[in-house]
Write a protein that binds this ligand. Sequence first.
Ligand SMILES: Nc1nc2c(c(=O)[nH]1)N[C@H]1C(S)=C(S)[C@@H](COP(=O)(O)OP(=O)(O)OC[C@H]3O[C@@H](n4cnc5c(=O)[nH]c(N)nc54)[C@H](O)[C@@H]3O)O[C@H]1N2
Ligand SMILES: Nc1nc2c(c(=O)[nH]1)N[C@H]1C(S)=C(S)[C@@H](COP(=O)(O)OP(=O)(O)OC[C@H]3O[C@@H](n4cnc5c(=O)[nH]c(N)nc54)[C@H](O)[C@@H]3O)O[C@H]1N2
Ligand SMILES: [Mo]
Length: 830
Amino acid sequence: MTNHWIDLKNSDVILAMGANPASNHPISMKWIMRAREKGAKLICVDPRFSQTAAKADLYAPIRSGTDIAFLGGMISYILTNDLYFKEYIVNYTNAAFLVNPDFKGPSDLDGLFSGYDADKRKYDKTTWTFQMDETGVPIKDLSLSNPNCVFQLLKKQYARYTPEKVSGITGTPLDKLLEVYKLYASTGTPDRAGTECYAMGWTQHTVGTQNVRAMSMIQLLLGNVGIAGGGINALRGESNVQGSTDYGILFHILPGYNPTPNASLVDLATYIEKTSPKTNEPKSVNWWAHRGKYITSYLKAIYGEAATKDNDFGYSWMPKIDVGMNASWLMLFDKMFQGQFDGFFAWGQNPACSGANANKTRTALGKLKWLVNVNLFDNETASFWRGPGVNAKDIQTEVFMLPCCSSMEKEGSITNSGRWGQWRYKAIEPLGESRPDAEIINDLFFKVRELYMKEGGAYPDPVVNLSWEYGEKDSSGKIKHLDPHAIAKEINGYYLEDVYDTKVDPPKLIGKKGDLVPSFVFLQMDGTTSSGNWLYCNSYIMKDGKPVNMMARRGKEDPTGLGLFSNWTWSWPVNRRIIYNRASVDPQGQPWDPKRPLMNWNATKLDAKSGKPGVWEGDVVDGGGGPAGTEKGKLPFIMKPDGVASIFGPGLAEGPFPEHYEALECPLETNSMSKQRINPTIKIFNDQADAFYSCDLRFPYVGTTYRVSEHWQTGVMTRHCSWLLEMQPQNFVEMSVELGKELGIANGETVIVSSGRGEVKAVALVSERFKPFKVENTTVHQVGLPWHYGWQFPEDGSGYDSVNLLTPNVGDANTMIPESKAFMVNVRKA
Ligand SMILES: Nc1nc2c(c(=O)[nH]1)N[C@H]1C(S)=C(S)[C@@H](COP(=O)(O)OP(=O)(O)OC[C@H]3O[C@@H](n4cnc5c(=O)[nH]c(N)nc54)[C@H](O)[C@@H]3O)O[C@H]1N2
Ligand SMILES: Nc1nc2c(c(=O)[nH]1)N[C@H]1C(S)=C(S)[C@@H](COP(=O)(O)OP(=O)(O)OC[C@H]3O[C@@H](n4cnc5c(=O)[nH]c(N)nc54)[C@H](O)[C@@H]3O)O[C@H]1N2
Ligand SMILES: [Mo]
């Protein structure tokens, strides 16, 4: 989230599109309802009438997979009706920048951008650039009228997205579409705030990333980023999924969103040089220019004293990926399916039920030599060898189960969607033989290291040199129990030497050896500081000579009334509650909306440190310097090299502006927007197990999958709870009354849902919540299924199996998240 949960109460219009917060993020609803009590409006755009829709002021149905068409139409509506926040986009976005004259977009190239290579399914992005002046700064047209400026190119591309055309694609009735546009665009004035809540309804598509980008562009056009009650808010999934991405659990990032080194980045200097953005814009803070300090401090944290200036701080020990290599979920299971892995740790997951195309995943598990399930319980993954259709005699995989204790039985931090790192205490001792994950990792580490020390192996250095100072040691040197506070402090980082400011004479001591570093601005590139994750530097600091865990704070003060609660736990970065908060003020530093001031620049008050006039008041200011319009002022989008937000965003695989493409499996022969039916840059696996079916009479209905409040994920933690199972006992398929009639299927009947990949049993839920869509003068039916079930429990099989037996393994072109929200199925009586 750019903002945070409580901030939802500050909105005037809340758009729940791509998420169902009432069912899946009930706490968010508390704050949404708080906003509604003050007159705010809630809009819900979802293929079916969800629990959020039931509480909404305005509900609009949408055919799954067509959100870019819907949002593209909103962009066009905002532009043609002059509803954008002009001062904001001219000063704080790249709307005025002139683009390379050779750049061409979908209106010129029938759905493509310039630079497309059909054989590689990839773009050469050389024309997706800006025109530069002689100082190397993008040329701007502040009147926004130059035909090559971002604003005009935007207008040109989305002029094709007329309400009539959009309604024809999405199946959203024209009047509902226009009502949503009108209400949401009303937040384009300085005194109104609009926010967006999304989750898997947007991301699980071959165009998932561009769905989110389309909305980000709308939020910028309306001046809704950086303000209280605004933002782009990813309602994240598991309680600590924000934390897990912050700590680099994805293959392409290290902790703190530093890129994973690849084979071409041969040494630390090259890594820093190639991954640190440069700018000539004098008003840009360009925060990522500090990358060198963060990566060096990270290397010092993981390799400790073994990391020295002479050995490049151990950079060569870090694992490198091949250039262009992708090691995301679908790719890994594809490799496993091809027999390229010996072993697999399924750690806190249940891929036999959660991964797309479960038949392929389950077959892949059978090609392993060994599988370790680290989990609270046995599940469909650990027991795949005794699953439906599997003959245990044919399986050679040796399976181990390591029982793990639950979150209640261990201490540590979790980071919620609002970026709040919150400390939790152990409630009870672990039950039975179960142990905390960290203790299992600890044992594993010492065992593996011992083997490397004894036997050498191909390349022992990365393991042998790891620093592992997380608690008391036994006589053999092994850590007895991992101390979560020792880990949290290492993540924050230490001064490893006395550090001086050498710019003043005589040099002034800024940090004492052994002290915790107070914030990332003090991290160094010469190995004198450590930090396991620069973003969390400031989460565990020194106060009166003693370490203080900021994440354990429980202060309830809220002086602004905006719900910032700055003394409650701790928020990254440096306890800032709303990121890009300097975009909430005008270029002179005064709040755009004086009734909802998040920040303001007090030009006369003296700064406590420098003694000079001018201080920021309110939330923790984003980046240094005064307001953008003042002398030596800085632009608000500090993570962007240009200092402004990207309406034109050349970073993604499929183009700088989102363009509507159909889902890989769709009900339409053609995309009425262009000749490109599907996203031209997605990876298509060529295995029989991954067959795809569009416009195939055998699979005529759009299928989607979602969650219910009563179950959690693959249901391993909820299917065993009899009171939850009683409320949602089994897999169901929700369909319209019209489709039920057409198929002769009554509510409550058992049916079989099939796709090109498999079949699953379900109970028919014939309801008013789905309505047939009118798409391009034809009728398209959509059905929906929850994905919480599996064959293992209930033991009598009455819950039926996972709906991921149906889903395709195709992923978003940027993230490779599977397209579990739009694919083609059939339904027949059992
Ligand atoms: N009770 C409960 N809560 C949970 C979870 C759980 O399993 N149970 N899981 C957690 C996790 S890990 C996550 S990631 C989040 C997910 O949170 P959500 O994204 O809210 O979860 P879903 O129910 O999968 O999907 C949300 C909505 O998207 C709609 N949808 C489907 N296709 C489309 C489309 O093309 N466009 C649009 N606009 N909407 C579409 C569905 O009808 C559904 O109502 O929930 C978290 N919260
Ligand atoms: N069709 C379809 N498929 C989907 C989705 C969808 O919307 N539709 N959503 C996707 C999403 S958003 C997600 S996040 C994935 C989730 O995919 P998975 O993570 O594979 O599924 P979970 O059921 O959440 O598995 C978590 C496991 O961790 C165990 N566990 C709980 N606590 C602990 C602990 O402290 N330590 C350890 N070691 N184990 C623990 C639980 O018992 C459970 O077996 O599924 C994805 N799959
Ligand atoms: Mo998730």
